[in-house]
Design a protein. Structure first.
Lengths: 350, 619
C-alpha cells in the first residue's frame, strides 16, 4: 500500500494501565470511503481496547468478506487477524476459540456477511454461546459490489439505483435474542458515547455478545430515501437503555442520581451502570426486548442501546467442560496415550 | 442329511478354510452383532477372515447382507460370485438369496414357513431349521424372540461348520462383560441351534473350518475406528463435524476414545473439544480456525461434504493453514449410493476449490494404515501448513478387516513444523509471514497471542506480499503462487512413498493400485500366474506422486491403473501430473459400489492383452 501511517504522536499522549497509548491500538490506514461509518466503529473499538487496557496481542480479530470485514485491518495492528470466507467468520472463530480459550475474540461482520450468506453460521454461533463479541456494521447495502440491497434493508426503501426492497427485512438483534444470546445491543456508528461503553461491556461479558451497529454507507446508502442514512438515523434514533461501563477496580464516578441507574456486576468483576429511558425498562427480559424493538419500528423509530444482558451467562467452554489450559498449549505427553495403552486397545480387536 | 423339500443332489461343495458365507437379514433386527460373532469365532480359530456389510440407507425393515470370506491363503477381498453357504433370514429377499447359493452349496433357512416350489433348486442343499417356532416356544418377550433367532443360527453354524463351541462361549462372555445376566441366555440360544443341527443334519458339512495359527498378531477392526484412534494418538484436540454416512463413526470413535483417554484425571475436564456443526461448511471452518490458532484439528466427511467444503479448502491452501480432512468416500455423484463404496473423489479432492489449488492426499489401504496415516496427517499438516486429505472409503471405513496390529513408538515426537516462539521472534529483525527463508516453499508462521510486539499478521484469502500485506501487484502474486508450487514439490519427499513389488527381472505387466483395491492384489497375481502371466505392482500411498511412480510406469510394457470409479480418476491424475502419455496407462475401473474383486482385475488385464494381440494381428 502506498499510504503509510505516521507513527508520530504527542509526547504527553495519555497512557493506560499497561503504559500503552491510543496509537498502540491503531491499525493500518483505512481504505474505506471517506466518512464511512465503519471507520467510526474502528475508532470506537480502538478506544474501548485502550481504555480497558487490553494487551493488543491477546485479541484475535475475526472477519468474513465485505467492507466491514476489511476493517479489522484498521485496528489493533499488534493482534493477529483472520479475514476468512464470506459468511463463515462464526465457524472460523468457533475453531479459534476452541483452540485457545484465553484470547479475546472480536468478530467483525456486515449485513450481507451475517444476514444473508452467513445467517446459518450466525444462528449457530449464538446457540453455541461462544465467548466472543460479534459486531455487525449494518448499512443495509452491499458496498463492495456497489449498492445492492441487503437483507437488513427496510422493506419498502429504495437503494441508490432506485431498486425497491420488496421483502421483509431481518432484524439481527431479534434473531440473536430469540437464539439465546446473553448480551444484545444496537448502536449507531455516529454515537461514540453510546457505542464505546457497549463495546467495553460486551468485551468483558464472558459469553456471546452481539452488537448490531447502524453504520451508514456514505457512497451507496446515504440518499434521501434510505433509512440507513446519517440524516435518517439521527432523526429517528431512540434509546432503550444507556450504559456506563466501570472496569474492575475503578471507582464508580458516573453521575446519575439515586434510583436512576441500575448496576450489573459482570463476570470479571466490572460493573455496568444502566440508565434507562423509562423506569420500567428491563434489560433482563428477552421477550420484552423483542417487543420493544418491534414497537419502535412500527413508529418508524430505531431503538438503540442495551436490549438484553444475562450477567450469569455461560459459554461454550463451560458447557463443554474444556480444560482450563488452552487446547493449543497441551503437550504431547498429555495428548498421546502411548504404546502401552495402544496394546490394550489392540487386544480389544482380537 | 435330511432334505425334506428338495430332491437328492449329488454334487456338494467341498472346502476347508476356503469358502464364503452370506447372511441375508432384515436391518434393525439385531443380526449385526450375531454375524460379527460368527466372523470373530473364525478369527479366534486362527483362520484369516474378512467380513463385508452390504447395507441399505435405512434404519429398519430393509434387506441387508453380511458376507464372510474365510481363506487361509489370506485372499480376503470380496470374492464375488455365489456363496457356498447362504443363511436366509429375510423372506423379502429369499428368492434372490436362493439364487446366490453356489452350485452344490447350502441354504440355511427358517423353515417355520414352508418353501414354495419355485424356491427349490435341484443343485443346492437345504438346511431347514424352524427357528421362529423354536423361539416362539422358548421365549415370552417379543424382542427376545427376535434377537435370539440370530444367536440360534450361529449355534447351528457352529455344528455345521465345525466351529469350536468354546470359542463362541468365550466371545459371548467378552461381548456381555459387565452385563453378566445376558451370558447364560445367549449361550443357551447357541446351544439350541447347535443341538438342532447335530440332531437333524450330518455335521460337519463338506465345507468346514479347521483351527490354524495364521492370524498371528493381527487384529480385526474397521477403518473408521482406526482413523479416529489415530487422531487421538496424533494429538488432535479440536473437531468440527457434521454427520454423514460413511464417515460418522470416525468422529464417534474419536469421541469414545477421548472420553476414556483425554479426560484430565485431576479436574475431570476435557482435553479436547468436539462440535457437531450446522453443516459441513462450518465443520471445516471450525477445523481451520483451530488450525490457524495452533491446535491440531480435523473434520471427517464424505462426497457431498467435500463439495461443500471446497471453498474453505481453497482458503486453507492459499492462506496456508494446517488442517486434516478425512474423506470416507461413497458412491456419487450427488447422493449417489450412500451406503456403497467407491474411490470417486480423487479429482475433486486433488484440486478442490476454485483457482489453482492442489491438495495433499493420503491413501490408506487397511485399518492399520488408517491409524498410521491419521496420526501422520497431523504432522504433515503442521509441517506443510496446508490441508491433508485422508482418502478412505466405505469398505475400508465401515467393514471389519484383518489388519496388522496398531503400533506407536513412544520416542516419536510430534512434528509441529515452523512455528515461531516469542524468543525466536525476539531474534528476528523483520518478520514476514510469507518469506521463504529456507527455500523449501514453507514459511514460518506465528500463533495469535505469542508476542506483545512482534509477529502479528493478517491472515487472508486475498493475495498478499511476503509481509502478509494486501497486494494486487502481479509480481507479488506470481511469486507467491510459485512458492506454493515449490512447497508441493517439497511435499513429494515427505509424504508416504509408494510401495513397489518387483523382481530383479521386471515383469511385462505393471499393476498400479491404491487404497482398498490392494486387498485383491495378491489373489490377482496368483490368478494371473495361472494364465502364465507375471505382474509387478506399485501401490500409491500419497499425492503428490513420488517420481518412482513415473519410473515404474515407464519401465513396464503394460501398465494398468486399478481403481473404484467410472472414469479412471487416478489414471487422469497420473497423466496430468506426471506427464505420462494416456496410451501408456490402461484403466481397470470398477464403479458398481461393491469392493474390488480379483476376478474383475484379471478380466481387465486379459481383455486388454487379447485386444492388443488381435490389433497386432490385424495390422
Amino acid at each position: 500500500m502506498s499510504f503509510i501511517k505516521s507513527k508520530f504522536h504527542h509526547p504527553r499522549i495519555p497512557t493506560n494501565d499497561l503504559g500503552l497509548n491510543y496509537r498502540d491500538y491503531e491499525g493500518s490506514l483505512s481504505t474505506l470511503c471517506a466518512g464511512c461509518g465503519h471507520d467510526a466503529i474502528t475508532s470506537a473499538i480502538i478506544q474501548s481496547c485502550f481504555e480497558l487496557s487490553i494487551p493488543p496481542h491477546q485479541v484475535a480479530k475475526m472477519s468474513g468478506i465485505g467492507c466491514s470485514s476489511k476493517s479489522p485491518n484498521y485496528f489493533l495492528n499488534k493482534a493477529h487477524g483472520f479475514n476468512s470466507v464470506h459468511g463463515r467468520m462464526p465457524s472460523v472463530t468457533t475453531g479459534a476459540n476452541l483452540a485457545n480459550r484465553d484470547l479475546i475474540y472480536l468478530g467483525m461482520s456486515g449485513d450481507g456477511d451475517t444476514a444473508s450468506i452467513g445467517i446459518g453460521q450466525f444462528s449457530h454461533v449464538v446457540r453455541r454461546q461462544l465467548n466472543m463479541l460479534y459486531m455487525v456494521a449494518n448499512n443495509g447495502v452491499y458496498g463492495l459490489t456497489k449498492g445492492q440491497l441487503a437483507a437488513t434493508a427496510d422493506k419498502g426503501v429504495t437503494n441508490k439505483a432506485g431498486e425497491l426492497s420488496l421483502f421483509t427485512d431481518i432484524d439481527l438483534c431479534i434473531m440473536a435474542l430469540q437464539l439465546g444470546a446473553t448480551f444484545v445491543a444496537r448502536s449507531f456508528s455516529g454515537d461514540k458515547k453510546q457505542l464505546v461503553p457497549l463495546i467495553k461491556a460486551a468485551i468483558s461479558h464472558q459469553g456471546f455478545a452481539f452488537i448490531d451497529i447502524i453504520s451508514p454507507c456514505v457512497t451507496f446508502n446515504n440518499h434521501k430515501d434510505s433509512t440507513r442514512s446519517y440524516n435518517y438515523v439521527h432523526e429517528h434514533i431512540t434509546t432503550a437503555a444507556v450504559v456506563d461501563f466501570v472496569p474492575v477496580k475503578k471507582e464508580i464516578t458516573s453521575n446519575c442520581a439515586n434510583g436512576e441507574g441500575e448496576d450489573i456486576c459482570l463476570h470479571d468483576g466490572s460493573l455496568m451502570r444502566i440508565r434507562k429511558s423509562k423506569d420500567d425498562y428491563k434489560t433482563t427480559d428477552a421477550i420484552q426486548a423483542i417487543m420493544d424493538i418491534e414497537k419502535h419500528k412500527k413508529k418508524g423509530e430505531i431503538l438503540t442501546g442495551l436490549f438484553y444482558l444475562d450477567p450469569t451467562a455461560s459459554n461454550y467452554h463451560e458447557i463443554n467442560n474444556t480444560s482450563d489450559m488452552p487446547l493449543n498449549q497441551l503437550k504431547q505427553e498429555v495428548l498421546c496415550p502411548g504404546a502401552r495403552v495402544l496394546s490394550g486397545i489392540n487386544n480389544s480387536f482380537r | 442329511m435330511t432334505q425334506p423339500n428338495s430332491p437328492i443332489v449329488a454334487n456338494q461343495c467341498q472346502a476347508t478354510n476356503d469358502f464364503v458365507v452370506r447372511f441375508a437379514n432384515t436391518n434393525g433386527t439385531g443380526s449385526a452383532s450375531a454375524n460379527n460373532m460368527f466372523a470373530k469365532a473364525i478369527l479366534r480359530m486362527g483362520i484369516p477372515v474378512s467380513a463385508k456389510n452390504i447395507f441399505p440407507s435405512n434404519i429398519q425393515g430393509m434387506p441387508t447382507w453380511y458376507e464372510v470370506r474365510i481363506n487361509e491363503n489370506n485372499f480376503l477381498a470380496r470374492r464375488g460370485g455365489n456363496s457356498e453357504l447362504v443363511v436366509a433370514m429375510n423372506a423379502q429377499s429369499l428368492q434372490e438369496d436362493i439364487a446366490s447359493v453356489a452350485n452344490g452349496g447350502f441354504l440355511l433357512y427358517d423353515s417355520s414357513r414352508a418353501l414354495t416350489d419355485k424356491d427349490i433348486r435341484a443343485d443346492i442343499h437345504y438346511l431347514p431349521i424352524p427357528i421362529s417356532i423354536i423361539c416362539q416356544k422358548e421365549y415370552q418377550d417379543p424382542r427376545q424372540r427376535q434377537l435370539f433367532k440370530n444367536v440360534i443360527y450361529i449355534g447351528a453354524l457352529a455344528a455345521l461348520l465345525n466351529i469350536e463351541f468354546d470359542v463362541l462361549k468365550s466371545l459371548v462372555a467378552d461381548q456381555f462383560k459387565g452385563k453378566d445376566k445376558l451370558i447364560t441366555p445367549n449361550i443357551y440360544a447357541l446351544e439350541l441351534g447347535y443341538q438342532y443341527a447335530n440332531q437333524h443334519f450330518i455335521c460337519p458339512l463338506t465345507i468346514n473350518v479347521e483351527r490354524r495359527d495364521l492370524v498371528k498378531s493381527r487384529i480385526m477392526v474397521d477403518g473408521n475406528t482406526a482413523t479416529g484412534l489415530g487422531a487421538v494418538f496424533g494429538g488432535a484436540t479440536v473437531v468440527g463435524w457434521y454427520p454423514i454416512t460413511p464417515s460418522t463413526s470416525v468422529v464417534e470413535k474419536f469421541a469414545n476414545y477421548c472420553n476414556r483417554l483425554r479426560i484430565d484425571p485431576a479436574t475431570g475436564k476435557k482435553n479436547y473439544a468436539l462440535v457437531q456443526a450446522e453443516d459441513e461448511i462450518a465443520a471445516i471452518g471450525i477445523a481451520i480456525g483451530a488450525g490457524w490458532n495452533g491446535a491440531r484439528a480435523f473434520t471427517a466427511t464424505s462426497g457431498p461434504g467435500i463439495s461443500l467444503m471446497s471453498e474453505f479448502l481453497g482458503l486453507a491452501y492459499f492462506a496456508e493453514i494446517p488442517v486434516v480432512l478425512i474423506n470416507v468416500q461413497r458412491a456419487g455423484p450427488s447422493t449417489g449410493m450412500p451406503t456403497r463404496t467407491q474411490q470417486s473423489d480423487i479429482i475433486a479432492c486433488a484440486y478442490a476449490s476454485h483457482g489453482d489449488t492442489k491438495h495433499i492426499l493420503l491413501f490408506p489401504q487397511d485399518p492399520s494404515e488408517c491409524f498410521e496415516f491419521s496420526a501422520l496427517a497431523f504432522d504433515l499438516a503442521d509441517q506443510l501448513q496446508t490441508p491433508i486429505i485422508i482418502m478412505s472409503d466405505l469398505d475400508l471405513g465401515m467393514n471389519d478387516h484383518l489388519t496388522e496390529e496398531f503400533t506407536w513408538d513412544d520416542h516419536r515426537d510430534y512434528k509441529l513444523g515452523k512455528v515461531l516462539s516469542s524468543e525466536q521472534l525476539d531474534e528476528i529483525e523483520n518478520y514476514g509471514r510469507y518469506i521463504d527463508t529456507d527455500s523449501d516453499g514453507i514459511c514460518y508462521r506465528t500463533l495469535p497471542g505469542t508476542h506483545p510486539e512482534k509477529g502479528a499478521f493478517f491472515t487472508r484469502g486475498t493475495s498478499r506480499n511476503e509481509y502478509a500485506g494486501y497486494t494486487e501487484k502481479s509480481a507479488d502474486y506470481v511469486k507467491n503462487m510459485e512458492r506454493l508450487t515449490s512447497k508441493f514439490e517439497t511435499a513429494k519427499n515427505i509424504v508416504p512413498a509408494p510401495e513397489i513389488q518387483q523382481g530383479q527381472k521386471l515383469a511385462q505387466i505393471g499393476l498400479v493400485y491404491f487404497g482398498t483395491s490392494s486387498h485383491a492384489i495378491a489373489e490377482t497375481k496368483s490368478q494371473l500366474k495361472e494364465h502364465g502371466l507375471a505382474a509387478d505392482t506399485l501401490r500409491i500411498r500419497a499425492f503428490p506422486f513420488n517420481n518412482t511412480v513415473t519410473e515404474f510406469i515407464h519401465s513396464h510394457q503394460h501398465v494398468f491403473v486399478i481403481e473404484q470409479n467410472r472414469d479412471g480418476q487416478m489414471r487422469s491424475l497420473l497423466i496430468n501430473e506426471q506427464g505420462i502419455s494416456p496410451e501408456r496407462l490402461s484403466s481397470i475401473a470398477n464403479c458398481d459400489g461393491l469392493p474390488m474383486t480379483s476376478t474383475f482385475i484379471v478380466q481387465g488385464v486379459l481383455n486388454k492383452l487379447s485386444n492388443d494381440f488381435s490389433e497386432k494381428q490385424v495390422s
